[in-house]
Design a protein around this ligand. Structure first.
Ligand code: DAL
Ligand code: ZN
Length: 298
């Protein structure tokens, strides 16, 4: 190579590097990042969330009987094939990846919150209400609340279940960051951090903090948030019908490697009817819907 050509080549390489660096800096503020870029991503919303502090006004009430509250929920290790996390079960490849903006907007009902994607530190749902449905307790307290759209859908789901002779009860819905922190710490004390993380979310990573999730049992409260709930007629009804109302069973059996959590037949997450129907039809998780990377072992 003569020296003139060498100088030109070096100049081109420098230019290319500069273009690449400038390009990285232009990443959209709320573009989802891969775990390789950042092992904990924060959902970023356009809104600031004025917050509804009514939710916190009776927070001393019982928050114990919530979910996965024992390390014996381990009869549920699924054997589903989770090796192909981004393909529809019928083998057809779906590369739509869902609406990425909704996925990373904490105020969207379609937000993805999991072991990789956290809520912003100052997140508070803005529109919490008390759904008019049966709960396993009487008090009007924080864990009885949900975001308005999810609450309405829950009322419809409970009514639909009753038409089929299935009587459900809410166990635990919204949790403030403070409540999730206390709960998680209690589980860590009881079972150790590694085990606790298989059934309880690190604060900031729980769907309960979004106001879009609820743990449900039968009206007698038996097997509430315990693996035996999976054998009940209520669980069977939810598995068959929840998506019709916009809810998904968020942590399905056989998908532990993708969701990062044990099977929770009682944990419903509102995502809206369209996404729920697609997830139900394809038998996938919210991670797979967004073509997100499996979160197992995080
Ligand atoms: N049990 C679920 C993972 C939570 O703590 O949000
Ligand atoms: Zn739950």
């Amino acid at each position: 190579m003569n020296s003139k050509k060498g100088v030109v080549t070096a100049a081109m390489a420098l230019l290319l590097t500069a273009v690449l660096i400038a390009g990285c800096g232009k990443q959209a503020a709320n573009a989802p990042q891969t775990p390789a870029e950042n092992s904990t991503n924060t959902a970023v919303g356009a809104n600031n969330g004025a917050g509804n502090n009514a939710a916190n006004d009776t927070s001393t009430a019982d928050d114990q009987a919530t979910e996965g509250n024992n390390a014996t929920n381990d009869g549920s290790t699924g054997n589903g094939d989770s090796s192909d996390s981004t393909q529809a079960p019928d083998g057809s490849s779906d590369s739509s990846g869902g609406d990425r903006a909704a996925m990373s907007d904490p105020y969207s009902v379609a937000v993805l919150i999991n072991k990789q994607f956290a809520l912003p530190d100052d997140y508070e749902p803005k529109d919490l209400v008390y759904p008019d449905v049966r709960f396993t307790f009487k008090e009007k307290i924080e864990k009885r609340m949900m975001r308005k759209e999810a609450a309405k859908a829950l009322e419809e789901l409970f009514a639909g279940a009753e038409k089929d002779g299935i009587y459900l009860a809410g166990v635990s819905a919204y949790r403030s960051h403070k409540t999730q922190t206390a709960l998680f710490n209690r589980y860590v004390e009881k079972d150790g951090e590694e085990v606790a993380k298989t059934y309880s979310a690190v604060p900031g990573h729980s769907e309960h903090e979004t106001g879009l999730a609820i743990d449900v049992s039968g009206s007698d409260g038996k097997c509430a948030a315990e693996s035996c709930f999976g054998d009940t007629k209520e669980a069977a009804w939810l598995a068959d019908h929840a998506t019709e109302y916009g809810f998904i069973i968020r942590y399905p059996e056989g998908k532990e490697d993708i969701t990062g959590y044990k099977y929770e037949p009682w944990h419903l997450r509102y995502v809206g009817k369209e996404i729920a129907a697609d997830i139900g039809k394809r038998g996938i998780t919210l991670e797979e819907y967004y073509d997100a990377i499996p979160v197992s072992g995080q």
